[in-house]
Design a protein around this ligand. Structure first.
Ligand code: SF4
Ligand code: SF4
Length: 476
């Protein structure tokens, strides 16, 4: 297994924000040049190479440090098809090295104070703190196994700063009392229905109100997307407050793309203060999926797993990232997305376990058209004991036009099997065929072990959704 993975440095290296002395500058230039040549290093200053099978994760256009996104494929990155998915490569190599399970550890977001500086400095400082003599005698005198354990601990202390302390353990919620109607219904064993709404591009509520009026009493909760497809719309936070005011249960989506760790924490306590109790924390589509002029395309401040970790610590330990206490702490039901069809089922299951360990209590999956492949994903979740540890809502799209099917089919992480497309191509009455397909999917999905409800997405016609729900027997 080659230890060096010379690769193109896709994005430019970071440079330090502050003034450096000459020796620091020399150190940094040396590292930028050699680690750049050997690993495509971008000088993030928070090195994870030791954990990521010696492939630099900072080549990911979303700056993800905790595994592949929902659009990852074995062939290429979903943001830029000219490059491989770096996280697919990391998982594949870690698996060959027998280190895949090590990737369950929740890695921290970047400490930006270190960006552009030499990551080796952390190593020197750690050796100084531990004592040079002690360090070298550990290396020379310990048995291989002891050395391995000490080596692991040495780097863990460096990569897990005091303000993070990430691990690979399950962190269940501190309280088991449901905090929202959605959580209560799920805890009582109800089969729940949620529906996603894309807010209007408007400065008033009339279009949103009309849709909410149709959805009232039809579903258990309404998800409000957060600038879906990287296109700005009426704020998800404002819309969620409106949903609440109209007597419907909102699920507020919050993307990592549009936030820094500061605004995330502010929004978490803000949502709780506003009475919004269901949160869906996601990484978000890359800005290049939206419309020009594009916003920043590089390294994000945190990813969805880190968002879940921050949200759970703020709620259960009442602590902000900087150590201040929230008094009283916020209260919410933490959800996130699942991607059954991205990369490999076993890799996405590992990522799902990481999310659940970090604090996710429910997961809404990407759209399902291929039930067999979804069953394979459930099997992987089951192997990891996740089916009893998280509420899973299966994503479904009650579409009714060929244009919608073709559009969805080319989106990252969505698989519409050829058999379905051929069936639609041969259909005499497309609308009837689409309805039949939706009903068959619902029938199969609601019987699968571990599926606690359905999450409807891409709903353009709520009357059609109503027909689907009534015909399927989910609503009368
Ligand atoms: S993780 Fe950071 S420091 Fe390590 S090789 Fe990648 S960019 Fe460089
Ligand atoms: S597919 Fe996703 S995880 Fe993989 S490199 Fe691209 S953005 Fe990163």
């Amino acid at each position: 297994m080659p230890i060096f993975t010379p690769s193109r440095r896709w994005q430019p290296p970071f440079f330090p924000f502050k003034k450096r002395n000459s020796s620091e500058k020399i150190e940094e230039a040396f590292e930028r040049t050699f680690k750049g040549l050997l690993w495509g290093c971008r000088m993030c200053g928070n090195c994870l190479l030791q954990e990521t099978a010696f492939i630099c994760p900072m080549a990911c256009p979303k700056g993800l440090r905790n595994g592949p996104c929902g659009g990852s494929t074995p062939e290429h990155c979903c943001v830029d098809e000219t490059r491989p998915c770096i996280w697919y490569a990391i998982y594949e190599r870690a698996e060959k090295m027998g280190r895949l399970e090590k990737l369950l550890e929740v890695f921290p977001p970047l400490d930006w104070d270190k960006a552009g500086t030499s990551a080796l400095r952390d190593v020197y400082e750690k050796i100084d703190a531990y004592g040079k003599r002690r360090t070298f005698s550990t290396i020379l005198r310990s048995s291989t196994r002891e050395r391995e354990i000490k080596w692991e601990q040495f780097f863990k202390d460096i990569r897990q700063p005091d303000w993070w302390h990430g691990d690979d353990q399950l962190h269940p919620p501190r309280s088991h009392e449901p905090v929202s109607g959605l959580e209560k219904r799920l805890s009582e064993g109800a089969f729940v229905l949620s529906c996603e709404i894309v807010p209007p591009a408007a400065g008033e509520f009339s279009a949103l109100d009309a849709r909410l009026d149709q959805l009232k009493n039809l579903v258990d909760a309404v998800n409000i997307t957060d600038n879906a497809s990287a296109i700005p719309r009426l704020s998800a936070f404002t819309c969620s407050q409106r949903v609440l005011a109209l007597g419907i249960e909102p699920v507020l989506q919050m993307t990592a793309r549009d936030r820094t760790r500061l605004s995330l924490q502010a929004d978490l306590i803000g949502a709780s203060a506003a009475g919004i109790r269901n949160l869906l924390l996601i990484t978000g589509d890359h800005p290049n999926k939206g419309c020009p002029p594009f916003s920043h395309m590089d390294a994000w401040d945190f990813d969805s797993i880190q968002a879940v970790w921050i949200a759970r610590k703020l709620r259960d330990e009442g602590v902000f990232l900087d150590g201040r206490m929230a008094n009283p702490p916020p209260n919410y039901f933490i959800g996130t997305a699942a991607a059954p069809f991205a990369s490999e089922s076993r890799y996405q299951a590992l990522r799902a376990e990481k999310k659940v360990n970090a604090g996710a209590q429910f997961m809404q999956t990407n759209l399902i058209f291929d039930v067999k492949r979804f069953e394979a994903y459930l099997e992987e979740l089951s192997k990891r004991g996740l089916l009893d540890r998280v509420y899973l809502l299966a994503g479904i799209a009650p579409i009714k036009t060929m244009a919608a099917a073709k559009y969805l089919r080319q989106l990252p992480g969505i698989v519409i099997p050829d058999a379905i497309m051929q069936r639609l191509a041969k259909a005499n009455n497309l609308e009837t065929e689409f309805l039949k397909i939706s009903l068959e999917l619902i029938e199969k999905l609601r019987c699968l072990p571990g599926v606690h409800g359905l999450h409807f997405m891409a709903v353009n016609d709520i009357n059609h959704l109503k027909t689907v729900l009534i015909e399927s027997g989910l609503r009368t």
